[in-house]
Design a protein around this ligand. Structure first.
Ligand code: KG4
Ligand code: ZN
Length: 349
C-alpha cells in the first residue's frame, strides 16, 4: 500500500511516500525556519504563504524521489490538526484536490498521532537509487501494544498510553509551556535566535550541567503532569542585570538548563513505567531529537529495565512520513474523508 503523506501544520512543508505504513520511499521536508528566524518565531500568515508557494514542488519531489507517478498511490494522508489554521488549510485543500483529481481516498491525520507513528518507519533504499548493492541495516524492533509514549514537541508535552492504532489514553501533560517551547524561549533569552532547541543541544554538549542551579518542577510525585514555566522564569531572573553568558559560561548555562528539562522528563517517564506497569516507552516529537534527553532516557531504561524506542532525529521533528504512517493505519481500516474534510487547530489526540 503506497500512501502519500502531507504535513503543513506549522513551519515545515513536507511530503513523503511510505509503503505499507513502514518503509519510507521518499521524505521531503522544506523548512521555513530561515524565513521566520528574522521575526524570532513563526509568523502564521507568513507560514501559510510559504506553504502555498512550496507545496507543489515538494509533492513533485516526493513522487520523483520515490520513483512513482502520483497515479500509483493507494491513498493520501494529510495533517488536519492541531496546528496553525491557515497552514493546515494549505495541506488539507491540496490533499482533497489531489484525491479528487486522481480518484484516490484521503484521510485526515492528527499531527500528534503522526509523531506517535514515527517509530514504525524505516528507511528503504530508493527504487531508482544509484546503488542497490549496499545492504540496508535491519529494522529496529517495534514497540508492542500497549506501550507508553513521551511526546515532547514545540506545542505539546505529554505522557500517553497507546493501546493500539488510534487507541490512546492521556496520562499526563504540561500545565503550561511545552518542553520545546521552553527550549525556544530560553534560547531567545540567551540570544541564540529561533528555534533555540537545537542550538542549546549543541552548546550543552561541551558544558557543565551542574554549573547553574536551576529548579525542577515536579507537580505531585505521583501525577504525570509537567510544568516548565517556573524554569523559564528562573532562567529569566538569573540572566537579569548581567551580561549574557558567552563562551564556556554559555555552554555551562545551556547544559544546566537542558539538564533541568531532561531531569524532569526522565523522572516522569520512569514514574509512568512504574505506575502503568508497562516496560515499553516510545519517545517522539521534536525534543526527542535532543541528545541529552536520548542519553538520559537510555540510562534510565538500562537502570530500571524498560525498553525505549526513539526514531532517528530527522523523524522526531516534523515530517510527512509520520503522517503517511499514521494515515496508512486509518486507510487500512476503511477511514475515508469527504470533500468536507476541514482543519481543527486545537484537535485533541
Ligand atoms: O515536533 P516539532 O518539530 O514541531 C511541533 O510539532 O512542535 O518540534 C519542534 C520543537 C521546537 O521547539 C524545537 O526547538 C525542538 O522541537 N527541538 C529540539 C531539538 N530539535 C528540535 N529541542 C531540543 N533539542 C533538539 N535537538
Ligand atoms: Zn510536531
Amino acid at each position: 500500500m503506497l500512501v502519500l503523506g502531507i504535513e503543513t501544520s506549522c513551519d515545515e512543508t513536507a511530503a513523503s511516500v511510505v509503503e505499507d505504513g513502514r518503509w519510507v520511499r521518499s521524505d521531503v521536508v522544506a523548512s521555513q525556519i530561515r524565513v521566520h528566524a528574522a521575526f524570532g518565531g513563526v509568523v502564521p500568515e507568513v507560514a501559510s504563504r510559504q506553504h502555498v508557494a512550496t507545496i507543489v514542488p515538494v509533492l513533485r519531489q516526493a513522487a520523483a524521489d520515490a520513483g512513482i507517478d502520483l497515479a500509483d498511490l493507494d491513498g493520501i494522508a494529510v495533517t488536519a490538526g492541531p496546528g496553525l489554521v491557515g497552514a493546515l488549510l494549505v495541506g488539507v485543500e491540496t490533499a482533497k484536490s489531489l484525491g479528487y483529481a486522481l480518484g484516490k481516498p484521503v484521510v485526515g491525520v492528527n499531527h500528534l498521532a503522526g509523531h506517535l507513528a514515527a517509530v514504525y518507519l524505516h528507511d528503504r533504499a530508493p527504487a531508482t537509487g544509484a546503488s542497490t548493492d549496499a545492504p540496508m541495516p535491519p529494522p529496529p524492533p517495534l514497540p508492542p501494544d500497549p506501550h507508553l509514549a513521551l511526546l515532547v514537541s514545540g506545542g505539546h508535552t505529554a505522557l500517553i498510553r497507546v493501546d493500539g492504532p488510534g487507541q490512546t489514553a492521556l496520562l499526563g501533560a504540561t500545565r503550561d509551556d511545552a518542553a520545546g517551547e521552553a527550549f525556544d524561549k530560553v534560547g531567545k533569552m540567551l540570544g541564540l535566535g529561533y528555534p533555540g532547541g537545537v542550538v542549546i543541544d549543541r552548546l550543552a554538549a561541551t558544558g557543565n550541567p551542574s554549573a547553574f542551579a536551576l529548579p525542577r518542577a515536579l507537580p505531585r510525585r505521583d501525577d504525570l503532569d509537567f510544568s516548565f514555566s517556573g524554569l523559564k522564569t528562573a532562567v529569566s531572573v538569573m540572566l537579569q542585570g548581567r551580561p549574557l553568558p558567552e563562551g564556556a559560561a554559555l555552554a555551562d548555562f545551556a547544559a544546566s538548563f537542558q539538564a533541568a528539562v531532561v531531569d524532569v522528563l526522565c523522572r516522569k517517564a520512569r514514574r509512568a513505567v512504574v505506575l502503568q506497569g508497562i516496560p515499553h516507552l516510545v519517545v517522539c516529537g521534536g525534543v526527542a531529537a535532543n541528545r541529552g534527553l536520548r542519553a538520559g532516557l537510555a540510562a534510565a531504561a538500562a537502570e530500571d529495565g524498560f525498553q525505549i524506542y526513539i526514531p532517528p532525529p530527522k523523524r522526531c521533528t516534523d515530517n510527512a512520513a509520520m503522517i503517511a504512517a499514521a494515515g496508512t493505519r486509518l486507510l487500512a481500516r476503511g477511514d475515508r474523508a469527504g470533500l468536507d474534510l476541514s482543519v481543527d487547530p486545537g484537535l485533541p489526540l
